[in-house]
Design a protein around this ligand. Structure first.
Ligand code: SAM
Ligand code: SF4
Length: 332
């Protein structure tokens, strides 16, 4: 069995939100006061997550498992969960998306447990802007996390940056220069309508074209010819910085959707399958999981959940409705 939809796409990349909680409050993701967190009893245990991942890997063709959130490092036994997932057969590639806080002390253990890839979110190099954007003065912790990830051999470390107009958009080139010096792979992400305030506006969003134009005032960018051949389902379009060996990524999720090649499926912290970030419906795996369903029954529910996937996220349709859950509760 595979996780196929009606448009010929097959999901092989499972993104698991390990928690909806976070120690930052990035304005595009979470309100300052936090959210009504999921009741602890609703959140999948490590054993439940492992059972679902095992079904995904052994029966449904999942080859990559990305652990995200909320902030996945808030999950106490993350290293053990990574080790358990890495021990599955066939072993999936394990990736982590994190804000980097606390990573300095854990990167090595995570790498030893079997973590292969890491994305660290960093939108600014200015401590004041960091605090304005994320509402916590934690820039030094994030930078220490980036350094630790590199030292632990989790290379190439990828950096996710969201630019907000009038807040950090003037820092696009500073971030690029820093990323080139640190030898980490920078990827700018267009802001998507997944903010809890439902305040996203197309005109306010810094588009991929704008990011490119902004960077082009400082460096010459050309499309990366290898990327065009090998991009596959990767969301980032890569641009070579002429005269360097460096390529910068831009994820134009809104202005140039890549839904046609999407290979992702999401599992929320409370055990719901979402076949798209922007899905309006979810499929509950937690209830059957806790009421004695067999692996085949759970696999069949999962297959049905993905089969219903829409052809695209629809952000550009006049009838688009933002999902009720914000990014932090879905798992980015
Ligand atoms: N807390 C972790 C982190 O920040 O990396 C993992 C979860 S976070 C939801 C995953 C990614 O989603 C981050 O890179 C973040 O910048 C991005 N993100 C959150 N809200 C977004 C939005 N409205 N539009 C685009 N990206 C967003
Ligand atoms: Fe937390 Fe990540 Fe959302 Fe920022 S983007 S509030 S770090 S979950």
């Amino acid at each position: 069995m595979v996780l196929a939809d009606a448009f010929g796409r097959v999901a092989t990349d499972l993104r698991i939100s390990l928690t909806d909680r976070c120690n930052l409050r990035c304005t595009y993701c979470m309100p300052v006061e936090g959210l009504d967190w999921l009741p602890r009893a609703d959140v999948l245990t490590d054993e439940e997550i492992l059972r679902l991942v095992t079904i995904g890997v052994a029966r449904l063709g999942i080859t990559t498992v990305r652990l995200t959130g909320g902030e996945p490092l808030l999950r106490k036994n993350l290293e053990l969960l990574v080790a358990d997932i890495a021990a599955l057969s066939p072993a999936p590639e394990i990736a982590l998306t994190t804000n980097g806080i606390g990573l300095a002390a854990r990167a090595e253990k995570l790498a030893a447990a079997g973590l292969k890839r890491i994305n660290i979110s960093l939108d600014t190099l200015d401590p004041g802007t960091f605090t304005e954007l994320a509402h916590r003065p934690r820039l030094p912790d994030v930078l220490a996390g980036v350094a630790a990830a590199r030292e632990a051999g989790l290379n190439p470390v990828k950096i996710n940056s969201v630019l907000l107009r009038g807040v950090n958009d003037h820092e696009a080139f500073d971030l690029l220069r820093w990323a080139m010096a640190e030898q980490v792979q920078l990827r700018f992400i267009e802001q998507m309508p997944l903010d809890p305030q439902h305040g996203w506006q197309r005109d306010g969003m810094i588009t991929a074209a704008e990011i490119k134009q902004n960077l082009s005032q400082h460096v010459e960018l050309v499309e990366d010819p290898e990327d065009a051949l090998t991009r596959g389902s990767a969301p980032a379009e890569l641009f070579r910085v002429v005269g360097t060996g460096y390529s910068v990524g831009i994820i134009a999720a809104v202005s140039k959707p890549f839904c046609g090649t999407c290979d992702r499926v999401r599992l929320t912290a409370d055990g719901q399958i979402r076949n798209c970030l922007f899905a309006r419906t979810e499929s509950d795996l937690r209830t059957p999981l806790r009421s004695g369903a067999s692996d085949s029954e759970i696999a069949a529910l999962w297959v049905a959940a993905v089969a219903n996937k829409q052809p695209g996220h629809g952000i550009n349709d006049p009838s688009f409705l933002q999902p009720d859950r914000p990014m932090s509760a879905i798992g980015g």
